[in-house]
Ligand binder design. Structure first.
Ligand SMILES: Cc1cc2nc3c(=O)[nH]c(=O)nc-3n(C[C@H](O)[C@H](O)[C@H](O)COP(=O)(O)O)c2cc1C
Length: 470
């Protein structure tokens, strides 16, 4: 049985030997390394890494038939290179049964070779999580560039015990039929992939003492690492993964009721001459949370929506419909929909409406202010309860407009779109001498219930308060 972690190369690497030139080449789909004048020991190392794998001691033993210390130095350099390329797997076995494999998720993985000590206690990172991938339970963490694939109950049992600090001997006494070697090797795998840390004398682990990490919430850091490049090798960007499998959503959401209110359209040519200058609008923009005695009018609401969010053009492409609107949107997809919740607005009754940006009209969804009250209350609380917002514009996303095209970044793009629409609305409201304010939280579950949307197809992703100025 292996005395250490077993090293092997990932399965898509092949070894090709050229007997005539005494070379051997490792090929991955996008890289190759050629070994010139390869000696028998090194050849054995490469074959064992490609096939069943070997622990570090066995690899060094293979090299004894070559030129000793120089070959060993070379081996360390090669192992480092394989690690940098994201080629090196580390496995734990118990009596020849595979327990777990640490698999690199990208290049430049950090398998640190930290030792496990008998006296030391170890604790699971609060960022580590188990989930199902391709019918396997895997342990991942936004702190790690490796994924641990679990093949047997021992791994899960150890992870469970590491919820409180443990030595490896504690694990052996707590988990039936767990050998010292398996416990130690598994901890070895976990510590070198940043899944656990050694507990300090002060009973803390590194991530609890690091002020930056302490202030990251689990879901935020996971979202960050998954939607940015560098800690995974998933495809990122416009990959159109559902092309020819699922039809893309049309650009315009069908009208939500027959109770329609046509909105006022401002004369943009006239506004170009009469509006305050861009610099004046930019410099005077403020979040305003108190409103005038006379509420905003439906004409002002119409002008505001027209200037911020109307559809200027729909363009048919071979990959679905795209649009042009006053604010920018990745891929011109414009997945955001607007639902004004009208609390107080002249010439229009209170309720929740859906804005059709193409026909520039509202369709009534609900006039039941009793149900809408909870949405208004949350918004009002978020604004410090200085006043009740006259209009709350709820922004939703029809998520599949974006996720049909974009991979890894779909939700982060949605939130970026909320940001650009916010700023456009802030500036339009300032130019119109209205009172605008962003709202940082909202109840998406309640919204989808009231609007009758499927939460996973469309729900709220941002809110914006609007009213008349004092
Ligand atoms: C994304 C975002 C969320 C916000 N959320 C709230 C909020 O929930 N409540 C609130 O009173 N102001 C909110 N604001 C307004 C900020 O407090 C305001 O922009 C900031 O204090 C700067 O002031 P100014 O906008 O007047 O320049 C939000 C602003 C943004 C951009």
């Amino acid at each position: 049985m292996s005395q250490h972690l077993v090293l092997s190369l990932c399965k898509n690497i092949t070894l090709v030997e050229e007997v005539n030139t005494q070379t051997a080449t490792l090929f991955s789909p996008n890289y190759k390394i050629t070994f010139h004048s390869i000696k028998p020991g090194m050849k054995k190392v490469l074959y064992s890494l490609i096939k069943e794998g070997a622990d570090i001691k066995q690899l060094h033993d293979f090299l004894e038939i070559d030129e000793g210390i120089l070959a060993e130095l070379k081996l360390n350099v090669y192992l480092q290179k394989f690690s940098q390329l994201g080629w090196l797997y580390y496995s734990v076995f118990a009596e020849n049964n595979l327990i777990a494999i640490a698999v690199p998720l990208c290049k430049n993985t950090q398998f640190a070779n930290t030792q496990i000590f008998t006296e030391s206690r170890y604790l699971l990172s609060r960022f580590a999580y188990l989930h199902l991938v391709d019918e396997k339970i895997v342990l991942e963490s936004p702190l790690s560039k490796m994924q641990i694939r679990l093949f047997s109950w021992q791994g899960i049992a150890i992870i469970n015990q590491l919820a409180t600090p443990c030595t490896y001997l504690d694990l052996v006494s707590q988990i039936p039929n767990l050998s010292i070697n398996t416990a130690k090797h598994f901890l070895d795998l976990l510590i070198n992939t940043q899944m656990i840390s050694e507990v300090s004398i002060a009973s803390n682990i590194v991530e609890q003492e690091d002020l930056s990490l302490e202030q990251w919430e689990f879901h935020d850091l996971l979202f960050h690492t998954c939607s940015r490049m560098g800690r995974h090798s998933k495809r990122v960007g416009g990959t159109y993964r559902f092309l020819d499998k699922i039809d893309p959503l049309p650009a315009i959401k069908p009208k939500m009721s027959d109770n329609i209110i046509k909105l006022f359209k401002p004369d943009l040519e006239n506004l170009k001459n009469t509006d305050d200058s861009f610099t004046k609008v930019l410099e005077e923009r403020r979040s305003i949370r108190k409103y005038g005695e006379n509420p905003i009018t439906v004409q002002q609401l119409g002008e505001f929506l027209y200037r911020s969010a109307r559809v200027k053009e729909i363009i048919q492409t071979q990959r679905g419909e795209i649009m042009s609107c006053p604010y920018p949107s990745a891929g011109s997809l414009y997945e955001l929909e607007l639902y004004p919740v009208i609390n107080q607005c002249e010439d229009i009754s209170s309720g929740m409406y859906h804005y059709c940006p193409l026909n520039h009209q509202l369709s009534l969804i609900s006039e039941n202010m009793k149900t809408l009250d909870a949405l208004v209350k949350t918004a009002s609380q978020s604004l410090g309860e200085q006043d009740i917002p006259q209009v709350i514009i709820i922004m939703t996303a029809r998520f599949q407009r974006v996720s049909w095209k974009y991979e890894s970044i779909a939700y982060s793009l949605v939130l970026e779109h909320v940001g650009v629409l916010y700023q456009t609305m802030y500036l339009v409201a300032t130019a119109m001498k209205l009172a605008p304010c962003g709202i940082g939280r909202g109840n998406s579950d309640l919204f989808s219930k009231i609007a009758g949307c499927n939460y996973y197809s469309e729900t709220s992703v941002g809110e914006f308060a609007l009213g008349s100025r004092q």
